[in-house]
Design a binder for this molecule. Sequence first.
Ligand SMILES: CC(C)(COP(=O)(O)OP(=O)(O)OC[C@H]1O[C@@H](n2cnc3c(N)ncnc32)[C@H](O)[C@@H]1OP(=O)(O)O)[C@@H](O)C(=O)NCCC(=O)NCCS
Length: 135
Amino acid sequence: MIYGIGTDICDVRRIRASLARHGDRFARKILSDAEFATWQARSARWPERGIRYLATRFSAKEAFSKAIGLGMVMPMTWRLCEISNLASGKPAIVLYGGLKDWFEGKGLSVHVSVTDETDYAASFCVVESLDKTSL
Ligand SMILES: CC(C)(COP(=O)(O)OP(=O)(O)OC[C@H]1O[C@@H](n2cnc3c(N)ncnc32)[C@H](O)[C@@H]1OP(=O)(O)O)[C@@H](O)C(=O)NCCC(=O)NCCS
């Protein structure tokens, strides 16, 4: 059964401005180590691709934080929630540390979808529960 849903829209121009102001420090705050490596590789090839990557990750993490009903409140933190891609390109969420423990302890699973256009990135998340007692 559905435990929660979450959505978020992110203004790519704000991400671009934050990166211009704070540089790598901003990306480090939002991205997990694996995401940061991907961000660096994409940015090196084409800076705009790096900005869009960061914007979709930002929106997906916010959407996830809403789907679990916490918002950006412990144990939900930016870097413990990673948006990776399967070989097919489909996004998948990988959790770490206390967030992973909390999520698995409740018997939850998650589906995520992301998209972006010129000025916006958006995401949608569905969290499922197999265990009725966790609701
Ligand atoms: C959820 C959150 C990440 C969204 O922040 P944002 O990007 O600034 O705002 P957005 O426009 O994307 O989303 C706002 C909407 O998120 C929803 N939302 C807020 N808290 C939420 C939560 N814990 N779970 C799920 N959805 C939540 C609300 O519908 C809100 O809109 P509304 O107030 O008009 O109903 C952020 O508000 C947050 O971390 N909230 C929890 C911590 C907090 O501040 N709690 C205050 C309790 S009084």
